[in-house]
Design a binder for this molecule. Structure first.
Ligand SMILES: O=P(O)(O)OC[C@H]1O[C@H](OP(=O)(O)OP(=O)(O)O)[C@H](O)[C@@H]1O
Ligand SMILES: O=c1cc[nH]c(=O)[nH]1
Ligand SMILES: [Mg+2]
Length: 209
C-alpha cells in the first residue's frame, strides 16, 4: 500500500496542538481544520487535471481544473471536523457520509449511517477520519465504497497506528494512506499511543451525554 506521511514543520506544530491535552475543544477543532488543509493539499498533488480556455484581463490563457473531482466521505463523528476544509479546497467535490462508533469492549465498528452514491465507478474517493487505530472503521468504510465500484480510495488520517496501517494493507482493498504521523501502537483500550485521545470527544464532547 502506498503510504505518505506528510512531514512538514507546520503540520507537526498543528499535530502537537491536537495531541496536547491542554488544548480546548475549539483549539483542537481549529488545528484539525488547518491540518486537513495540508493533508488534502498533499493527497491531491498528483491528481489528473484538464485544460480549458479562459481570458485574463490582458489576454487569452489556458486554465486548469481537476479532471475528475473526488467524492469526500467523512466518517462521523470525528471526520466531520475535516469535511468543511476539504470541500472548500476542492469546491467541485461531492460529499457522502458514513457514521460509525466503536464498541468499547470489542473495538469493532458499529455502523449507524450510510449515505453514499450508488455508483462510484471511476470516481476517486477521499475518506476523512482523523484516527486510524485498529483499522476496523476504515476497512468497513472502504468495503462500503468498494461494493459500489470504487477502485481509487485515499484514506486521509491525522494519526495512524501501525496496527491500522497493517489492517489496511492486509485488506487488499484499493486504498492509499495520507497521514501526518504513524505512532507507536495501541494501548489495552485500543487507543493510539501517544495519539491525541478520542478525536470525536475532543471536538464535540462525550458521545453519550
Ligand atoms: O481504527 P478503529 O479502531 O476502528 O478506530 C478509529 C475510529 O474511532 C474513532 O471514532 P469513534 O468510534 O470514537 O466514534 P466518534 O467519531 O463518534 O467519536 C475514529 O474517529 C475512527 O472512526
Ligand atoms: O486513539 C484513538 C483510537 C480510536 N479513536 C480515537 O478517537 N482515538
Ligand atoms: Mg470517538
Amino acid at each position: 500500500m502506498d503510504t505518505h506521511v506528510v512531514a512538514h514543520p507546520l503540520a507537526a506544530a498543528l499535530l502537537t496542538t491536537m495531541r496536547d491535552r491542554r488544548s480546548s475543544n475549539p483549539a483542537f477543532r481549529a488545528a484539525l481544520r488547518e491540518l486537513t488543509h495540508m493533508l488534502i493539499y498533499e493527497a491531491i498533488r498528483d491528481a489528473e487535471v484538464e485544460e480549458f480556455d479562459i481570458t485574463t484581463p490582458v489576454a487569452p490563457a489556458r486554465g486548469v481544473r481537476l479532471a475528475n473531482p473526488p467524492l469526500l466521505v467523512p466518517v462521523l463523528r470525528a471526520g466531520l471536523g475535516m469535511v468543511e476544509q476539504a470541500s472548500s479546497l476542492i469546491p467541485q467535490s461531492q460529499v457522502g457520509f458514513v457514521g460509525m462508533a466503536r464498541d468499547e469492549h470489542t473495538f469493532e465498528p458499529v455502523p449507524y449511517l450510510e449515505s453514499l452514491p450508488a455508483d462510484l465507478a471511476g470516481i476517486p474517493v477521499y475518506v476523512l477520519d482523523p484516527m486510524l487505530a485498529t483499522g476496523g472503521s476504515m476497512v468497513h468504510t472502504i468495503e462500503l465504497l468498494a461494493e459500489r465500484g470504487a477502485t481509487d480510495v485515499t484514506a486521509v488520517c491525522v494519526v495512524a497506528a501501525p496496527e491500522g496501517v497493517a489492517a489496511l494493507e492486509n485488506s487488499k482493498l484499493p486504498v492509499r494512506l495520507v497521514t501526518a504521523g504513524i505512532d507507536e501502537g495501541l494501548n489495552e483500550d485500543a487507543y493510539i499511543v501517544p495519539g491525541l485521545g478520542d478525536a470525536g470527544d475532543r471536538q464535540f464532547g462525550p458521545r453519550n451525554i
